[in-house]
Design a protein around this ligand. Structure first.
Ligand SMILES: [Zn+2]
Length: 396
């Protein structure tokens, strides 16, 4: 139950009921296609005539296509309906401090085109490069009607589209949504990368339909937490909810780009692993050369003890924080996103052990690594646009 917000509500009209039934129909097709009109009526409980009216409208607007004729023991043979995943072209952007990846996909989050370039040091150059990439994509796939762009980014954007907190990006305050929107001439949705990943898991993950409480933990240059509780992303005041990565564990700990010291992400991130690696090297102690995270992964793979130790230490600190999240929020699932999952055979058991030791036995949270090949952050960016067409309409 949700208390009605008298500063932000929408009254129900006859259109509201139609919209809700239309969304339910679209979701059934998305989940169980191909389906006939009779299947849809049976599954949804809607009257056959209502289903037919909705389906006719969806076909007319290109959302649904009619396919092969099915078999029936007697009577009229049903026509199968499919969701038209090419109805909407979506530009997805995964903005990271070092690298930006841009993809073009349909409603099924399968990418038909993709490219990546080093992230520029200033937002103006970024927007210019992005608009060039979008123009190339559109020229290469003129049949796809681009209808929106989703951007997952390592920080926070306020309701007006201003980049308000992105310590690892190091950009000045800028209205990123307005800048991008005017350059690419598309509606743009910006979201914290961890939130976007949580949404991608909800819409495209292989979790049971009943999973409504899920956290996505992105481990990269920093550490982000996307909170999906009761089936909704929690944004909090000023869109700042989920910054567990910047909880102070030790006021005298290593400095963090956020301006404080000893934040959780200074112990549980790619940067943390690099720091552990360097500090374990007495010959190089004090040296400024920090190894890349994929380099540490490779060294651990080939059995270098110091690299293994740095990763295990990172995993142990990651587990300690996850135990608090599991105990405090009782999510059904925590998904881990990031290069660290490439070593999950070795690190997963360490994380699981720390979580088991530090959390309540009644909390049965599953901790699962995401598959890097599925590009969770980029799929998250697609989801930002997809959910606008498939989620429940906002009423009351
Ligand atoms: Zn911090």
């Amino acid at each position: 139950m949700r208390k009605i917000d008298l500063t932000n509500f929408q009254v129900a009209t006859s259109e509201t009921a139609r919209q809700i039934n239309r969304r339910i129909t679209l979701n059934f097709l998305r989940r169980h296609q191909p389906m006939s009109r009779a299947d849809l009526a049976r599954k949804s409980g809607l009257q056959r005539s209502t289903v037919s009216a909705i389906v006719d409208e969806l076909i007319g607007q290109g959302w649904v296509t009619e396919g092969a004729i099915g078999r029936a023991p007697r009577g009229r043979r049903p026509r199968f309906l499919h969701l038209n995943v090419e109805r909407a072209g979506i530009i997805a952007v995964d903005l990271r401090p070092e690298m930006t990846t841009v993809g073009l996909s349909g409603l099924d989050a399968r990418f038909v085109m993709q490219t990546a370039w080093p992230t520029p040091r200033d937002p103006a150059t970024f927007v210019r490069m992005l608009s060039r990439t979008v123009a190339e994509f559109r020229a290469a796939h003129p049949q796809m009607v681009c209808e929106g762009m989703g951007v997952s980014l390592p920080g926070r954007v306020d309701a007006a589209g201003n980049l308000v907190f992105a310590p690892n990006l190091g950009w000045p305050k800028v209205n990123l949504r307005r800048e991008i929107q005017s350059a690419v001439d598309l509606p743009v949705v910006l979201e914290n990368a961890a939130n976007a990943c949580a949404l991608a898991e909800l819409w495209f993950g292989r979790h049971p339909e009943h999973v409504r409480n899920l956290l996505a933990v992105t481990v990269s240059e920093g550490l982000g937490v996307g909170l999906l509780l009761n089936g909704q992303i929690v944004h909090g005041g000023g869109s700042m909810a989920g910054e567990f990565g910047h909880m102070t564990l030790d006021e005298h700990g290593p400095p963090c780009p956020c301006g404080k010291n000893g934040c959780w992400e200074r112990y549980a991130s790619n940067a943390a692993a690099a720091r552990f690696y360097v500090s374990g090297d007495t010959a190089r102690a004090g040296s400024k050369t920090v190894p890349r995270f994929d380099d540490i992964l490779r060294r651990a793979q080939s059995g270098e003890a110091r690299a293994v130790e740095a990763l295990e230490k990172t995993a142990s600190h990651l587990g300690a924080g996850l135990a608090s999240l599991a105990t405090g929020l009782a999510p059904e699932v925590i998904v881990i996103v990031g290069e660290i999952t490439a070593a999950w055979d070795r690190l997963g058991p360490i994380v699981a052990d720390v979580v088991a030791r530090r959390s309540l036995p009644l909390v049965a949270t599953r901790i699962v690594p995401t598959d890097l090949a599925m590009q969770p952050r980029l799929r998250g960016a697609v989801t930002l646009v997809v959910q606008q067409h498939f989620s429940a309409p906002n009423v009351a």
